[in-house]
Design a protein around this ligand. Structure first.
Ligand code: B12
Ligand code: SF4
Length: 458
């Protein structure tokens, strides 16, 4: 039996435009979901993973599969349906799973043969058995997996062409920030994989650099932090020789031993969601940790950087409290904190989030012709109606923020400072130039977007 597992592309996601900006090559990430599905698939199946972000294959020239499995974030849904239609027209059954299939089951069900909701570990072998017997059900419910059942992902199936490998060590988050799908999809309970599995899987990754995809590698309680320390000790002891980047809350900075162990285990960068420069903004999105009284964010960032770990901060533009000037303010604050890179996104109501429910009930989804509008739900387009900012002004704020932070003089200052402190100046330079090179692409993308959305923001 032949199985194709497909990650659809969305050319509107700027980082996949490698032809337009070669710097983006360093920001292509492996679709871990498909490598995990492959790990759950019995050896009797011949598996091909297709990542359209690398290149879109000539499907008609490929051998006919017996089953196609498609993954999709919301922003990839349109392309997912095109791919599904192609294979269904050939009479090949198509199964779709992942976050979008879970949050928009009815929409997806109309376009594929079978929908798998939730995490796949408990249900995928059953789906394959049913497919083998030609008796696929319309819907399967995966729920939340036992972490011991998460298989070693099949890293061998996706070839070179990526700067980073990918691995997951935990799932779930209790914090339920308004804009984020993680609590709704992976649950509020923080679940950790057995440390020995994580170390074994790390050893099977070919890339020298790895993205740890966990939403918060250190968790939210002392027990979670103790587990993170145990993991880092085991990784250091296994002498993995990997350099990795991960996501965490700013609490990462609060425990010196944790930082020492993370650095020893190979941590070279951390993505931290700062979200808003004001306490009102943090309250609006429900980001409680960043609100801790007396926290000096600049000092926290410095403490992390002292361990040779780069800090990438992300912020949101378009909150209800955001007014004209927010873009400049974020760029200034990001420089004050001493961030190595800044990632700014438009407030975007994703299906399944608290923000979605709120904005939908207030009739604030400006782009709501689905499924075609999903391609703009990349967080890099203003798809909603913002309280104090029109479409033109919210885009202006984004441009002024990015130009402010990624001006050549500021990039050189940051790289010089990293050179001085011997803190990975090359990675810092590549990261900054990659963002900067996309500013030009973004300008064109905004103009196209405004034409597409017409007066729907009014
Ligand atoms: C790593 C990651 C990325 C990587 C993606 C790498 C890649 N190519 O996959 C990068 C950094 C590129 C990225 C980009 C974006 N991301 Co992202 N990302 C994540 C993150 C942190 C982890 C995803 C992951 O690898 N999980 C590990 C795997 C094993 O889990 P999984 O994907 O859920 O797969 C399981 C199930 O879903 C299911 N499953 C999945 N697919 C399929 C398919 C079939 C057939 C079946 C049966 C089952 C199945 O089985 C798997 C095993 O249980 C998630 C948060 C999260 N916890 O999911 C956000 C997340 C997926 N991202 C999100 C978003 C919004 C984006 C962006 C749009 C915006 C942005 N700037 O971040 C872009 C869009 C990229 C695009 N191409 O369109 C949202 C998506 C919400 C939504 N409704 O779409 C999430 C949920 C975060 C959030 N805050 O809400 N992201
Ligand atoms: S943004 Fe981060 S902290 Fe907030 S719910 Fe999502 S994963 Fe948890």
């Amino acid at each position: 039996m032949r199985l194709y597992l497909i990650n659809p592309s969305n050319p509107l996601v700027s980082i996949v435009n490698v032809k337009e900006s070669r710097w983006n090559r360093y920001r292509l990430w492996k679709p871990l979901s498909l490598m995990v599905l492959a790990g759950l698939t019995p050896p009797s199946w011949e598996i091909t993973i297709v990542d359209e972000n690398l290149s879109v294959p000539d499907y008609p020239a490929m051998r006919r599969p017996d089953l196609v499995g498609i993954t999709a974030f919301t922003s990839q849904a349109n392309r997912a349906y095109e791919v599904a239609t192609h294979f269904r027209n050939m009479g090949v059954p198509v199964v779709m799973g992942g976050i979008h299939a879970t949050m928009r089951q009815d929409e997806v069900m109309e376009r594929v043969d079978s929908v798998v909701t939730g995490e796949a570990e408990s249900i995928w072998p059953q789906v394959l058995e049913d497919a083998r017997h030609g008796s696929l059900k319309r819907r399967y419910e995966g729920g939340l997996a036992e972490m011991k059942d998460v298989p070693l992902a099949r890293h061998d199936l996706l070839g070179m062409g990526y700067a980073f490998g990918a691995i997951q060590t935990t799932r779930g988050c209790p914090l339920n920030c308004s804009f984020c799908s993680v609590t709704a999809f992976n649950g509020a309970k923080y679940r950790q994989r057995p440390i020995s599995d994580v170390v074994r899987e790390f050893q099977s990754i070919r890339e020298k650099r790895v993205l740890v995809v966990d939403d918060n590698l250190i968790g939210t309680s002392p027990e979670h932090i103790a587990r993170a320390k145990d993991l880092f000790r085991a990784m250091a002891q296994a002498n993995l020789r990997k350099e990795w980047v991960a996501q965490a809350t700013i609490n990462f900075a609060d425990d010196e031993e944790l930082l020492v162990l993370a650095a020893k285990a190979g941590c070279r960068g951390v993505f931290i969601g700062f979200e808003s420069p004001t306490p009102e903004g943090l309250r609006e999105v429900g980001k409680k940790f960043n609100l801790l009284k007396g926290r000096d964010l600049r000092a926290s960032v410095r403490r992390i950087q002292k361990h040779n770990i780069l800090v990438v901060g992300s912020f949101i533009i378009g909150l209800d409290i955001d007014e004209a000037g927010i873009g400049k303010r974020i760029a200034e604050v990001a420089r004050q904190y001493g961030l190595d890179n800044l990632n700014v996104l438009f407030l975007t109501p994703l299906p399944g989030t608290r923000l979605w429910d709120q904005m939908k009930s207030q009739d604030r989804l400006a782009l709501d012709t689905f499924p075609q509008d999903w391609k703009y739900y990349t967080l890099t387009f203003p798809v909603a109606r913002y309280k104090h900012l029109s479409i033109d002004s919210v885009i202006e704020e984004m441009i002024s923020c990015e130009r402010g932070f990624y001006s050549m003089s500021h990039i050189l200052q940051r790289v010089w400072s990293n050179l001085w402190h011997r803190r990975q100046p090359l990675i810092s330079l590549v990261g900054n130039l990659s963002y900067r090179s996309n500013l030009r692409l973004n300008g064109k993308a905004y103009a196209d977007f405004k034409r597409y959305s017409g007066n729907r923001h009014n």
